[in-house]
Design a protein around this ligand. Sequence first.
Ligand SMILES: *[C@@H]1O[C@H](CO)[C@@H](O)[C@H](O)[C@H]1NC(C)=O
Ligand SMILES: *[C@@H]1O[C@H](CO)[C@@H](O)[C@H](O)[C@H]1NC(C)=O
Ligand SMILES: *[C@@H]1O[C@H](CO)[C@@H](O)[C@H](O)[C@H]1NC(C)=O
Ligand SMILES: *[C@@H]1O[C@H](CO)[C@@H](O)[C@H](O)[C@H]1NC(C)=O
Ligand SMILES: *[C@@H]1O[C@H](CO)[C@@H](O)[C@H](O)[C@H]1NC(C)=O
Ligand SMILES: *[C@@H]1O[C@H](CO)[C@@H](O)[C@H](O)[C@H]1NC(C)=O
Ligand SMILES: *[C@@H]1O[C@H](CO)[C@@H](O)[C@H](O)[C@H]1NC(C)=O
Ligand SMILES: *[C@@H]1O[C@H](CO)[C@@H](O)[C@H](O)[C@H]1NC(C)=O
Ligand SMILES: *[C@@H]1O[C@H](CO)[C@@H](O)[C@H](O)[C@H]1NC(C)=O
Ligand SMILES: *[C@@H]1O[C@H](CO)[C@@H](O)[C@H](O)[C@H]1NC(C)=O
Ligand SMILES: *[C@@H]1O[C@H](CO)[C@@H](O)[C@H](O)[C@H]1NC(C)=O
Length: 749
Amino acid sequence: MPFPIMVALATLIALAAATPTIPASIHDRQQEAPTSTLAPCAQVSVILANNNKAPATVPADLAYECLGTIPLNVTSAKAILFEIPLYLNWQSTLDVLKNPPAEYVEKVQAPVDILAGLDVISESIDSGDITSEYQFGWQLYKLFGEAHDGHLAFILDVIGSVFLFSRPLPLVSVSEDGKKLPAVFSYYDVLGVQFKNVSYTPSHIVKIDGTDVNEYLENLSQDGSLQDRDALYNNLFYNLAQISLGSSGTGTGMFTGGGRGRFSPLAANTTLDFANSSTTVIQNYARPQVSFTNVTSGEDLRRKIVYDEGSVGVSPPPEKVNPTQQSVPEEVAAIPPGYPAPVVPGPSNLINGFYINAPGYEDVAVLAVPNFVSSSYNELRFQAASKQFLAKAWSEGKTKLIIDVQANGGGTILQGYDLFRQIFPNTDPYGGNRFRYNAAFELVGQAYSEVASQYPRDAGLTNYTLRSIQTSYFDYHGDMTADGKPFESWHQKAGPYDVNGNSYGAVTRWNLTDIYLPYQGGINVTGPSNLTRWQPENVVLLTDGYCASTCALFAEMLTQQGRVKTIALGGRSNAKKIQAVGGVKGANVYQWGFIREFPRSAISLNVTLQDSVLKEYEFSRVISRSYSDGINVRDAIRKGDDSGLALQFKYEEADCRLYYTPEMTVSAAAIWKAAADAQWSDSSKCIGSTGGYHSPPYAKRASRGETTTLSPARGQIHAAQALKQFQALENTFSIETEIQPSCDGFMQP
Ligand SMILES: *[C@@H]1O[C@H](CO)[C@@H](O)[C@H](O)[C@H]1NC(C)=O
Ligand SMILES: *[C@@H]1O[C@H](CO)[C@@H](O)[C@H](O)[C@H]1NC(C)=O
Ligand SMILES: *[C@@H]1O[C@H](CO)[C@@H](O)[C@H](O)[C@H]1NC(C)=O
Ligand SMILES: *[C@@H]1O[C@H](CO)[C@@H](O)[C@H](O)[C@H]1NC(C)=O
Ligand SMILES: *[C@@H]1O[C@H](CO)[C@@H](O)[C@H](O)[C@H]1NC(C)=O
Ligand SMILES: *[C@@H]1O[C@H](CO)[C@@H](O)[C@H](O)[C@H]1NC(C)=O
Ligand SMILES: *[C@@H]1O[C@H](CO)[C@@H](O)[C@H](O)[C@H]1NC(C)=O
Ligand SMILES: *[C@@H]1O[C@H](CO)[C@@H](O)[C@H](O)[C@H]1NC(C)=O
Ligand SMILES: *[C@@H]1O[C@H](CO)[C@@H](O)[C@H](O)[C@H]1NC(C)=O
Ligand SMILES: *[C@@H]1O[C@H](CO)[C@@H](O)[C@H](O)[C@H]1NC(C)=O
Ligand SMILES: *[C@@H]1O[C@H](CO)[C@@H](O)[C@H](O)[C@H]1NC(C)=O
């Protein structure tokens, strides 16, 4: 499914050197809207009926106008606003978000009172400021987004199920030599310079829609789900690790409509001004997610996608134009573009082991882990790949290990524990976590623990009903205390314990020897099958800030317990230090539908609970209006930290920062070489570092005036080989982000 732009690009390849890299045809409107007086959604319908090319697209502004005509059902909206707190009560950070630590506010994000925000939205409905379902959904998206918690989401049907927006021009932010301040370039220009003998001198972007490029992009990046501003900024751009994940990553970046960018509405076009005074206008478009056949109005559209009148759980799924293929991942995926051949390949490019084939790097192994998602289908192969690779690398004299977690939004929690155990077999993973105390949490635990206590702790191995009770968090016999002891009652596990004025359950830890572990966490935590002895100083964690959820838990163990250093890539165009972990650091995500099942099932175990708050979940309909949702139910708590502060609110700089260079946007090996150099040869390569590293002499010299330029790759490669690489990367421009199956420790892209 190529972007329309790619047709034009074929022409471009033929014209090669002389033409500007941005094809002229994107200046033209892709489809002229009918000049009729039809309603916007009817115009969409006409365009799509007369257009059978894939993917079907309509002008972004027309899509936006159409969305604006979906009338708001006030009754339904009010019911949603009334029900949302039932789920928000489970959000572990709900209280601290209102008044986070000063350092978080200064360097990360502003405070937000989400419950109060719901009241503001309610008032906007009453005052007539919100009149369409779309405005309502977008206000909710923005409000939840202010928490910048990748596990917390409520994306209303009208935001995710009707149109997804695209701006078909991938960008990158690169430093010419890894020292000068990075500047923003069209990725086409980088490809042209890396793989073709382009005759023009590419120029960086200085303005977007008339606004300073960095101001514009930093603002846009805030629609993303990460908390760290440098990580959010990185996520705007083309990134090889994200590309290696296919549709489960953030595509070609948020600027193009990848990842969370797909929800951000777009105007008709985007104007780019370059430093050489040239200007390009890109036509933005939207991709419909439902059939528009016979749709003549916003009301029609509403009937197709919104299910608020039926009873819970019986809503038909929205009719899809191109039903998403939830296909079984390929056993051995093709080598992703920009990567060398793996020494040990894992399933579906979720984990791959590499060596660096260049002189001077003979002792370095690279374990690339862009994802911890495992399924019953691939979990053993995921574990096997890491075991096999680590043993092989060690036995072949690789004493140094780069763990590359770029693009890693997490996955199966215990997969992170398992990988940690494989690298440091003698260290017991800590992984402290805690729930927010709330009335439903308390009652569900009482009911579950009461029933679970009547049976031995292996009775559920053959009784599914019992197993689902005994393997849940709400049987106090599961998990262990912070110091590794069993809990003696639900009351001991649930608390409430007062921490800095807020109520929480106890700090708990996974019991890795629990017989129920594979049912609770999906896998058995095993450990190394062979003796490797990685020294902490010979291991380094390499991130692009996207690291979230299970990846954040893994990073916490690796750095705090394993004493491993971190290298963070990219970041905003400045010479400051940046964080390595920029995605949610919460320890567990529950889908809203999953939360709803606990009160229902508790009532079935003990009917007297009919008269409690649990009853309210029974009639909850908000989930039938959800495109995607989640609640971060557990804070992660650091070992030995008695501040009581969730890791989510801690600001922690990486040990080393490296800018992306142009070569690093087309070659993963270029990234690994730079990381190995900075870690083991020349720490002065780290940007803006202090303490432990030399102050880089160039940090001062770098300034806005000193422009990064793109110069041809130093090593000339054969023209045919270059064209092949160019085409492989260009083919990735059609990758679109899709919603992913839920996982206990995964941040949706
Ligand atoms: C609005 O929503 C309410 C409750 O969800 C429903 O009963 C009513 O039929 C809806 N009205 C329209 C016009 O769809
Ligand atoms: C100016 O820079 C843009 C972006 O790199 C490029 O497309 C264009 O060809 C350049 N113009 C000139 C006259 O060099
Ligand atoms: C940020 O973007 C929003 C629209 O997404 C706009 O309303 C606002 O003015 C922008 N702010 C800045 C500082 O550009
Ligand atoms: C860009 O969009 C605006 C409307 O938002 C329109 O007036 C203008 O003509 C468009 N420019 C181009 C080059 O398409
Ligand atoms: C569209 O409307 C026509 C005429 O009423 C009808 O025959 C056809 O089945 C409808 N198509 C769909 C997909 O609803
Ligand atoms: C399974 O366990 C439940 C308790 O949750 C019990 O009521 C039921 O009788 C058990 N079923 C069997 C077949 O043992
Ligand atoms: C962990 O689980 C095992 C097996 O179920 C049990 O024997 C052990 O007591 C548990 N440990 C703790 C600390 O609860
Ligand atoms: C976990 O280990 C147990 C005991 O060795 C085994 O029976 C079970 O099949 C394993 N489960 C998974 C999912 O690997
Ligand atoms: C363990 O490592 C040794 C050499 O270090 C090797 O001979 C042996 O085959 C390895 N065993 C496994 C199971 O990988
Ligand atoms: C049912 O719940 C009520 C209220 O929480 C409690 O008092 C009672 O002991 C429970 N009954 C059983 C059988 O668990
Ligand atoms: C670039 O030009 C040089 C010299 O003309 C040539 O040897 C090389 O093959 C060309 N490279 C590409 C990628 O076209």
